[in-house]
Write a new protein. Structure first.
Length: 129
């Protein structure tokens, strides 16, 4: 399990850095005046175009743009923080094995173990069952 935790923490670092390097979010798909009638824009800085296009039928398609907007840097950073919190809770329980004799904490450890394996699958990290 420690290899999985290490791999997941490395992936979270990678995802976090990509989000920090991106234009601040949240983002939205906007109809605008000017040469880029349709654009993915930063709501934090509305004049800042994240991804411009001249026509709605040119990449990005509206569905693609909406998907990208939903995964703006602020959303990704919130997800990374939540996943790290779960990893920290799991490691705290794992490092204090004496507490594992408490049935409630043992159950919490097993549930967190399953949650972490499921999160790892979402990041396409191989989980050995």
């Amino acid at each position: 399990m420690s290899d999985l935790i290490t791999a997941l923490r490395a992936k979270l670092d990678e995802v976090e850095q990509a989000a920090l390097n991106a234009t601040p979010g949240p983002w939205s798909w906007a109809h605008r005046a000017g040469p880029h009638r349709y654009a993915l824009v930063s709501n934090a800085h509305p004049s800042q175009v994240v991804l411009p296009t001249s026509a709605p039928d040119v990449y990005p398609q509206r569905g693609d743009a909406q998907h990208i907007a939903l995964h703006s840097p602020d959303a990704v950073l919130a997800m990374v923080a939540a996943h790290r919190l779960l990893l920290d809770q799991f490691e705290e329980l794992t490092n204090n094995r004496e507490r594992m004799f408490d049935p409630a904490l043992s159950l919490q450890w097993h549930l967190l173990h399953q949650v972490i394996e499921t999160i790892a699958c979402g990041y396409r990290i191989e989980v050995t069952w």
